[in-house]
Design a binder for this molecule. Structure first.
Ligand code: CA
Length: 239
């Protein structure tokens, strides 16, 4: 199965710098989005380390990427960010989310920490594959607040865990069947601005990944662009 993918990152309309990072490799079927946090430039450093360590760890594997390998790649990124933040005072308390998707053999292997998300657009609609590691998301799942309340909640950015905060991190791993449907990875700068129904509409109207990325970023900015916006869109191609 040949995969076509595109990505776009944008600073948005309110933030002075872009702390998001991404990596796409459609030949290997590896896709990563990270959303950094920390003072000054620390957030940018953290998200770049996450993407770089995950990328290099996965590229070293020639015999396919298992759940264990994917978990180790994210844990290695966590340790590297933790180590760097304790070496350099200017990077103190830096952290980042990460969501990684590996496509192959009719499956999608996913790993994530934090609130960057993976969605799959299927016949039934847009499916959120990942659970945000936040209290607000837990309240949403428990039915204590609505999706709309969750999207605008003042505590929505508060994460239960992120890479770089501790020596150990609990990586969420899952494997789902994949038959070439449209896959979306994104930072919360997209999902805070657009409802799932709006995201679904854009993905359906724009089958080309690059055009879908452009339209998603454009709409998130039109809705206010309160945060950095990063999107990765991948799907099967005819050739
Ligand atoms: Ca963000």
């Amino acid at each position: 199965m040949a995969i076509a993918a595109a990505a776009m990152t944008d600073v948005g309309k309110r933030r002075p710098n872009n702390e998001d990072a991404y990596h796409i490799d459609d030949a290997r079927g590896i896709f990563v989005v990270a959303d950094g946090m920390g003072g000054h430039l620390a957030g940018e450093v953290a998200s770049r380390i996450a993407v770089e360590v995950v990328r290099s760890t996965l590229e070293q594997r020639r015999n396919g990427i298992s759940r264990r390998v994917l978990k180790e790649a994210v844990e290695a990124a966590n340790l590297e960010i933790y180590r760097r933040s304790h070496q350099d005072r200017s990077l103190d308390h830096m952290g980042t989310t990460v969501v990684v998707a590996v496509v192959g053999n009719g499956h999608l292997l996913l790993a994530h920490v934090g609130d960057s998300r993976a969605y799959l657009l299927t016949e039934e609609g847009l499916q959120l594959l990942t659970d945000d590691h936040s209290l607000v998301f837990q309240w949403l799942k428990a039915g204590r607040i609505s999706a709309e309340e969750a999207r605008c909640h003042p505590q929505r950015a508060g994460l239960l865990q992120a890479l770089g905060m501790d020596v150990e991190v609990e990586v969420d791993l899952q494997q789902v069947p994949y038959n070439g449907e449209t896959l979306l990875l994104c930072s919360d700068g997209l999902t805070d601005m657009l409802r799932d129904e709006e995201i679904e509409e854009i993905l359906r109207c724009q089958p080309d990944p690059a055009q879908a990325c452009q339209a998603l970023v454009q709409e998130a900015n039109a809705a206010g662009g309160r945060d950095n916006i990063t999107v990765v869109v991948a799907r099967e191609t005819a050739d």
